[in-house]
Design a protein around this ligand. Structure first.
Ligand SMILES: Cc1ncc(COP(=O)(O)O)c(C=O)c1O
Length: 367
C-alpha cells in the first residue's frame, strides 16, 4: 500500500537524537532554543516558541491574546478539531463561518457579518497547505481591532504575497506531528513578532513560571523535549527540499489527472503558494459514486487515500450543542462528503505516482 504519509527520517535526525541522549539534557535545553531561533528566522518573525503540539500552540496563542470566558473567536467548520478545541479550552465561544468551494479556506466575504462586540480573535486555517486570504482577514481584523491567529499547522513554508505562513498574523501556529511536512513525532511552534506575547507563551508552556517556582498565572505543561527539538532542527533544514518534492509530485498528478471528468483538482489561488500537506481532489456533485466507495476502491488498488475531513466540525456533539445544526455551513458539509486526498509525500517514487494515477483512472472508468 502506498501510504498517505511517510516521515522522512535520515541519518541526520538519528545522530541528532543520539547526541541529545548522550548529553543527558533532555528537556528545555539547547536544542529547543536552537529550533526556536531557526524557526523564527525561517518564518521571518521575531520569535518562535516551541511547545509539544499544534493544539498547545493554538491554546498558547489564545491565552497570550487574552482570550477567555465571554469572548468569541471566529474560525471555520472545515478543519481538524484541534482548530476549535483550544477555543473551548480557553473558555471562549467559537463562531463559525463557511469556507470557499475552491480553496476550502475561510470565506472572508462572510467575516465582517460574524463580528460582534464580543469578538476577540480570528483563526483562519491554511487548509491542506494553502494560505487563507490573509490580506482581507488582516484588513477586517484591523478595522475591528481583532487578533489574528494563523492555524498554519499544515502550512510550513507556504507563502502569501511573498510572506511566509506564520508571519501573516499576530500569531502563527504550527504542528510537528508525525505526518506533517516537517515533524518531530509530536510537537508544535508558535511564531510572533510581539515580545510580550512571546514572553507570556514561554511562561504558559510551563505552568505560568517566570523564574524557578515563581508562578505568574495559570499555565500547563506544554514543554517540548530536546529529543523532539533535535529532530525538528534537522527537519527544518530540509523543509525547502521536502516542499519541492511535494510540488513536483502535485504537478505530475495535476498533469495526468487534468482531463479526467468527475473530479476537481486542487485550486491554487493568486498570490500564494501551496505546500501540499494534502493533495485533495473533489468528487464533483454530478458524479454518482460515493466518496467512501472511491476511497475503498483506491485502497484496494494499493493507494492509501485519506479523507480530510469526513464531517464538518459543527456536527460533532460537543460543538453542535453550542447551537449549530446540520445545514448551517453548506460548503463545509458538502466538501466533507466529496473530498479525498491522494498520497503526495516526498518519498513517493515515479512508479508510485504512476500507480496512483492509474488507480484514479480505473476507479473512474477512464484511460
Ligand atoms: C489544521 C490543524 N490544526 C491543528 C492541528 C493540531 O496539531 P497537533 O496534532 O500537533 O496537536 C492540526 C494537526 O494535527 C491541524 O492539521
Amino acid at each position: 500500500m502506498i501510504g498517505i504519509a511517510k516521515p522522512e527520517i535520515g541519518e541526520e535526525e538519528i545522530s541528532a537524537v543520539n547526541a541529545v541522549l548522550k548529553s543527558g539534557i533532555l528537556a528545555q535545553g539547547e536544542k529547543v532554543a536552537e529550533l526556536e531561533k531557526n524557526f523564527a528566522e525561517y518564518c521571518g518573525t521575531k520569535h518562535a516558541v516551541a511547545v509539544n503540539s499544534g493544539t498547545a500552540a493554538i491554546h498558547a496563542a489564545l491565552f497570550a491574546a487574552g482570550v477567555g470566558q465571554g469572548d468569541e473567536v471566529i474560525t471555520v467548520p472545515f478543519s481538524f478539531i484541534a482548530t476549535i478545541n483550544p477555543i473551548l479550552m480557553a473558555g471562549a465561544t467559537p463562531v463559525l463561518i463557511d469556507v470557499e468551494t475552491d480553496s476550502y479556506n475561510m470565506d472572508v466575504s462572510k467575516l465582517e457579518a460574524a463580528i460582534t462586540p464580543k469578538t476577540k480573535a480570528i483563526i483562519p486555517v491554511h487548509l491542506y497547505g494553502q494560505p487563507a486570504d490573509m490580506e482581507e482577514v488582516r484588513r477586517i481584523a484591523s478595522v475591528h481591532n481583532l487578533i489574528v491567529i494563523e492555524d498554519a499547522c499544515q502550512a510550513i513554508a507556504a507563502e502569501y504575497k511573498g510572506g511566509k505562513a506564520g508571519s501573516l498574523g499576530d500569531f502563527g501556529c504550527f504542528s510537528l506531528y508525525a505526518t506533517k511536512n516537517i515533524m518531530s513525532g509530536e510537537g508544535g511552534v508558535v511564531t510572533t513578532n510581539d515580545d510580550t506575547f512571546a514572553a507570556v507563551m514561554r511562561r504558559f508552556r510551563q505552568h505560568g513560571m517566570s523564574a524557578p517556582y515563581v508562578y505568574e498565572e495559570l499555565g500547563y505543561n506544554y514543554r517540548m523535549t530536546d529529543l523532539q527539538a533535535a529532530i525538528a532542527v534537522e527537519q527544518l533544514k530540509k523543509v525547502d527540499a521536502f516542499t519541492d518534492r511535494r510540488r513536483h509530485n502535485a504537478a505530475y498528478l495535476n498533469e495526468e489527472l487534468v482531463d479526467i471528468p468527475g473530479i476537481t483538482l486542487p485550486v491554487v489561488k493568486d498570490d500564494r503558494t501551496h505546500v501540499y500537506h494534502q493533495y485533495t481532489l473533489r468528487l464533483n456533485d454530478d458524479v454518482s459514486l460515493e466518496r467512501d466507495a472511491v476511497v475503498e476502491s483506491l485502497r484496494d488498488k494499493g493507494v492509501g487515500a485519506g479523507v480530510y475531513y469526513p464531517r464538518a466540525l459543527h456536527t460533532y456533539p460537543h460543538i453542535a450543542k453550542l447551537g449549530f445544526s446540520e445545514g448551517d455551513y453548506p460548503v463545509a458539509e458538502n466538501s466533507a462528503s466529496r473530498v479525498f486526498s491522494l498520497p503526495i509525500h516526498p518519498a513517493l517514487s515515479q512508479n508510485d505516482l504512476r500507480t496512483i494515477v492509474n488507480a484514479v483512472k480505473e476507479m473512474l472508468n477512464v484511460g
